[in-house]
Design a protein around this ligand. Structure first.
Ligand code: NI
Length: 189
């Protein structure tokens, strides 16, 4: 089932996620809905609070592995254990912030621990776009949005654009839930 994606100005995007204790059938069903929703919106990552759920779950397209395209990595209760000193810049976007892109600096490599869908603990080190998307999604679970990380000057320059997004003047091709919980139907360009 495709779920509406919450606008970044909806308060749930500022809440911290809670760790999952049991990966039961409802959790697995919900994760399948997240996957369907992310691909419908042409995303490469999605956090549970972006579809209105405060459980600690992210899904990330494994962009480092062409073979596993369209089969995202599911990370439950993800924790970033370490970050590299070295940082890199990349123009990011976010399904909760439609049609808005800014360059964000982030550590190039990370070490992360998470439970997979079978409840098995995994620990991996990774870099490139995969590491960036994981950091972006883990930020969501902590109530952090990518525009929190841009310079104050850039943020000031983005003010009118972000206001348009807040008041649903920017409509993506997928359905969204507005800041005040109204369903805004998606529109093709
Ligand atoms: Ni995002």
């Amino acid at each position: 089932m495709i779920l509406p994606i919450y606008n970044c100005f909806n308060p749930i995007l500022r809440q911290k996620a809670t760790d999952i204790k049991d990966i039961d059938k409802s959790t697995v069903d919900f994760i399948n809905n997240m996957i369907e929703t992310m691909y419908n919106a042409d995303g490469i990552g999605l956090a549970a609070n972006q579809v209105g759920d405060s459980r600690s779950i992210i899904i990330v397209d494994n962009t480092n592995d062409e073979e596993s395209k369209a089969k995202p990595i599911v990370m439950i209760n993800p924790k970033i254990l370490s970050f590299s000193q070295e940082e890199s810049d990349y123009k990011e976007g976010c399904l909760s912030i439609p049609k808005y892109y800014e360059i964000v600096s982030r550590p190039s490599e990370i070490e992360i621990e998470y439970l997979d869908i079978n409840g098995k603990l995994n620990k991996i080190s990774t870099g490139d776009l995969f590491a960036r998307v994981i950091q972006h999604e883990v930020d969501h679970l902590n109530g952090i949005l990518f525009f929190d990380k841009i310079t104050p000057l850039k943020k000031a320059l983005s003010k009118s654009k972000l206001r348009k997004i807040e008041f649903n003047k920017v409509i993506p091709h997928y359905d969204m839930l507005s800041a005040d919980n109204r369903l805004i139907k998606g529109e093709e360009d």
